[in-house]
Design a binder for this molecule. Structure first.
Ligand SMILES: Cc1cc2nc3c(=O)[nH]c(=O)nc-3n(C[C@H](O)[C@H](O)[C@H](O)COP(=O)(O)OP(=O)(O)OC[C@H]3O[C@@H](n4cnc5c(N)ncnc54)[C@H](O)[C@@H]3O)c2cc1C
Length: 292
């Protein structure tokens, strides 16, 4: 078990903020992953599973527990016509490319989401009105002392940006796609969507994607923020993006605290002006109210 101590988290998440993990590991096999989970539980440590860190805001104080980074668990294989099996750390983009290349319809709406399949399934990532959960047939969930069981996706509680997986660990995922499409058409669709994303979002800046979930109703979180007049507002090195108001970007020297303060300011203002509660989409691990 290759365990490291006091490892900086800022280089391991998209926001590039946050302190150190007390314990940190990058398992190379699913057996190692299971061993780490068992060790962490035996030690009574809080645990955080980290994919690409594209939806995470670590505290400046760091994480007083075990962070398990899945980036080395990235094997992908075809297990049948239209069926892909991927370890949790495989990138969503690599699966989109794989499926498009084979003419397997189903993932072409998910380009340019900078996460792993484990993170995408955990949070039921969405794009263009589609959700990744609709493509998942089975998920292998690990627990301490168990090699992990494949469970049917239908038995999970899928919803808007949630899968019902909660504190369990995604070791691997099986996706069911529809064979028989023209690969070039699928690639063109992905390219178009990626282009749109890059032209309407601060895609190259440090962020976590959308910071709030869209509330019920016809008005998106970004529109509520624009109406509140906060677009462009900054605290320290963090700014509400002028390109897309539902993004808070780190302009270079932001601390996590700056981003948190902006989140709170937006929530307060939108609540005061419109009686709308904006709920965070970004995950804040650690002592600040658990994962959500
Ligand atoms: C520029 C940009 C654009 C984005 N666009 C989109 C978009 O279009 N749609 C969208 O839905 N999201 C989008 N996001 C947000 C983010 O990319 C997704 O939420 C992504 O699925 C997160 O994956 P990750 O591997 O980075 O997860 P992380 O950020 O590392 O973790 C997110 C959550 O998943 C959990 N998790 C990760 N791996 C596992 C595992 N193996 N087992 C159990 N839990 C796990 C973590 O503990 C955490 O709670 C965007 C982000 C950025 C920066």
């Amino acid at each position: 078990m290759n365990l490291q101590e006091m490892i900086g988290l800022r280089r391991r998440c998209w926001y590039q903020t946050g302190g150190d993990a007390k314990y940190f590991a990058e398992p190379k096999t699913l057996d190692e992953l299971e061993e780490l989970i068992s060790w962490g539980e035996a030690e009574g440590l809080p645990r955080f599973l980290l994919g690409h860190g594209s939806n995470v805001l670590f505290a400046d104080e760091g994480f007083d527990g075990l962070v398990i980074h899945t980036k080395k668990l990235r094997a992908v294989r075809m297990i049948g016509e239209g069926l892909l099996e991927a370890e949790a750390g495989a990138t969503l983009q690599s699966l989109v490319d794989h499926a498009n290349g084979k003419g397997w319809q189903g993932l072409e709406s998910f380009p340019a989401i900078p996460g792993t399949i484990g993170g995408a399934v955990w949070g039921n990532a969405g794009a263009c009105g589609e959700e990744i959960g609709d493509r998942v047939s089975q998920v292998r969930l690990l627990e301490a002392g168990s090699p992990g069981q494949w469970i049917d996706a239908a038995s999970l509680r899928w919803g808007y940006r949630c899968s019902g997986i909660e504190d369990r660990v995604v070791a691997a995922v099986r996706l069911r796609l529809s064979p028989g499409s023209d690969p070039q058409q699928l690639k063109n669709r992905s390219r178009e969507l990626e282009k749109k994303k890059r032209s309407t979002q601060p895609y190259l800046l440090r962020s976590c994607g959308c910071i709030f979930r869209n509330p019920a109703g016809d008005i998106s979180a970004g529109e509520w923020i624009e109406k509140s007049g906060l677009k462009g507002t900054s605290i320290g090195g963090a700014r509400i993006s002028t390109e897309h108001a539902n993004f808070i970007v780190n302009e270079g020297e932001a601390r996590s605290e700056d981003i948190e303060k902006l989140i709170e300011q937006v929530q307060r203002r939108v609540r005061d002006l419109f009686q709308v509660d904006l709920v965070r989409e970004v995950i804040m691990p650690g002592q600040r109210g658990g994962s959500r």
